[in-house]
Design a protein around this ligand. Structure first.
Ligand code: TNX
Length: 545
């Protein structure tokens, strides 16, 4: 018995040592270091079927070319000195579709996935075993890995409304997600400060809604206005191109069209969407406004605004048309409909809304929000799509098939899972990447403190959730709101290395996580961030919280 104990202990120590010496993040399910190494030289070839492994082979060759000046030929078979990519085929879907094995010996590198996506993740692990610096000799340590993710949903949200990021940058951002085995990009496309997606039937959404006449300077409500017009949107063609780019990296894009709140940009374009179309837009208190103050306007400061979508037939017609175009563009099963932070002021003072509440036997304005979201859900379900909403959609009753994104802590997520609804965990306390990651942050951030170690310690399955409901937690996501994130370098800086910690939270088995090991492994990752020419925060010793 004693012998067995020490044997097991020995194995665990060796596993931890291998994890630490081989700096793979997220740490794989099993990893066994072997002796020797594989060197890429002039004779090395890639063995792959061009038709099924194309995305992975292209990603690999692009990476090798970009960082090592190498492009490997692709052949159908080879006896030695090869890197092979193969994918298993199944009659029935495999149990762990993202699973892969990676075997590196001095003679060959073999990556085998249970799906093309699994094979792609095998490549992402291989990339982490490549040198982290530019070098002539690309030497890769021998190893044997079996790996698959803990959660099927591994997401990052980027807000492009408060500040806009062009498609060239969005693609770089998607590459970063792929390198972290993140499989979902939640694209926050509409909000009070800008509508960012072309809708053919409603051209004013981008003619009017994609521009604001100024932006506050400093923390809300600001010390003034920059007095500069700020515009930006994606054409449908650009969006298609980005969707394909993401699909080639096995990333699903979930678009978010905010309703019924955070609707100022849409209302500026089509005032009839408001219950009070003739009332001018009111800036938040203390905000210095630039330009026109009459009529409806796109907001120039952050926050939550009372002028929201009116639950009228005009609005439902509009939203259905918008969602028709969105659903046709995005292949994702899910469309995110927002649902957060919808003040009820205008519904309370609208005669139309009060009558609607009465006629439909609704309890109050929360009931009206539930009616609103449920109608949209029914419409989207009829088109084969499912909705995700922020946890406020619990208030007044959940729409029957909705997935809940729990952001105000984990409470909403627990409640939804107990009601047998799927849940994605995104609590502010652990995964709000707009919060500062250091005590003495010297750039402008929204407030809040979320250092790396705190993200690392997150477990998306709350201890308070009953065991039989835990499977409703599909996974987790970090959110990057961009009120104070004005440029691409700042996006990278806010994401890195916290997204690296998150990748281990969402991918690795709980028992393989170890902060000391992670701290050692991330040192190599920092060198790689330098190689990739990224901005990041290199501090590891910020107090946990
Ligand atoms: C709350 S999280 C919001 C966003 C803000 C964010 C700032 C959520 C669903 N809504 O509109 O940008 O706080 O952290």
């Amino acid at each position: 018995m004693k012998k067995l104990f020490f044997l097991l202990l020995g194995c665990a120590v060796m596993q931890l040592q291998a994890q630490t010496t081989l700096p793979v993040i997220p740490v794989p399910v099993t990893l066994q270091a072997k002796s020797g190494s594989f060197t890429i030289n002039k004779q090395t070839v890639i063995v792959a079927k061009q038709d099924t492994e194309k995305e992975t082979v292209d990603f690999f060759n692009n990476y090798l070319t970009k960082y090592f000046g190498i492009k490997l030929p692709v052949v159908k078979s080879a006896a030695k000195n090869f890197i092979s990519f193969t994918t298993n085929t199944f009659i029935q879907a495999p149990e762990k579709p993202e699973r892969y094995t990676l075997n590196i010996s001095p003679a060959s590198i073999k990556i085998n996935g249970d799906s093309r996506q699994g094979t792609f993740y095998g490549l992402q692990t291989l990339i982490q075993l490549l040198p982290a610096e530019k070098t002539a000799a690309v030497k890769i340590p021998a190893v044997s890995i079996e790996d698959y993710p803990r959660f099927g949903y591994r997401g990052i949200m980027l807000d492009v409304s408060r500040h806009f990021f062009d498609t060239a940058f969005v693609k770089r951002f998607i590459d970063l997600l792929a390198l972290h085995k993140i499989n979902t990009f939640h694209w926050h496309l509409t909000d009070d400060q800008g509508w960012r997606i072309e809708i053919k039937k409603y051209p004013r959404l981008t003619e009017v809604g994609a521009c604001r006449n100024g932006t506050i300077t400093g923390h809300h409500p600001g010390t003034g206005s920059d007095n500069t017009k700020y515009c930006g949107y994606y054409t449908q063609q650009e969006i298609k191109d980005v969707i394909q780019y993401a699909a080639d990296r096995f990333i699903t894009i979930i678009p978010e069209i905010e309703l019924p709140g955070h609707a100022s940009a849409a209302i500026a374009a089509y005032p009839q969407l408001s219950c009070f179309p003739d009332e001018p837009t009111r800036p938040a208190k203390g905000v210095v406004w630039n330009g026109d103050t009459t009529g409806k306007n796109v907001q120039q400061a952050w926050g939550v605004y009372p002028d929201v979508f009116c639950p009228s037939e005009y609005t439902f017609g509009f939203l259905q048309d918008v969602l028709d175009e969105v659903a046709a563009l995005f292949p994702s099963k899910y469309i995110h409909i927002g649902g957060d932070e919808c003040p009820k002021d205008s519904w309370k003072r609208s005669e139309f809304c009060q009558k609607l509440i009465k006629d439909n036997n609704l309890k109050d304005e929360h009931g009206l929000q539930s009616y609103f979201v449920s109608r949209i859900e029914k419409y989207l379900n009829s088109k084969g799509k499912a909705i995700i909403g922020w946890d406020e959609i619990l208030e007044g009753g959940l729409a029957p098939n909705a997935t809940v994104m729990s952001w105000r802590g984990e409470k909403g997520g627990i409640e939804a899972a107990e009601q047998k609804h799927d849940v994605i965990m995104t609590p502010t306390t652990y995964v709000y990447f707009d919060y500062a990651q250091r005590r003495n942050e010297d750039s402008l951030v929204i407030g809040g403190y979320l250092p790396l170690q705190h993200v690392y310690g997150y477990d998306p399955v709350p201890a308070a959730l009953s065991a039989d409901k835990q499977h409703y937690v599909l996974g987790g996501q970090a959110n990057l709101w961009t009120e104070y994130v004005t440029n691409p370098a700042k996006v990278q800086y806010m994401l890195l290395p916290r997204m690296t910690a998150l990748s281990e939270v969402l991918w690795s088995p709980k028992q393989n996580k170890n902060w000391d090991s992670f701290k050692q492994r991330i040192a190599t990752q920092f060198k790689r961030f330098d190689l990739w020419q990224l901005a990041y925060y290199p501090g590891l010793d910020e107090p946990a919280k």
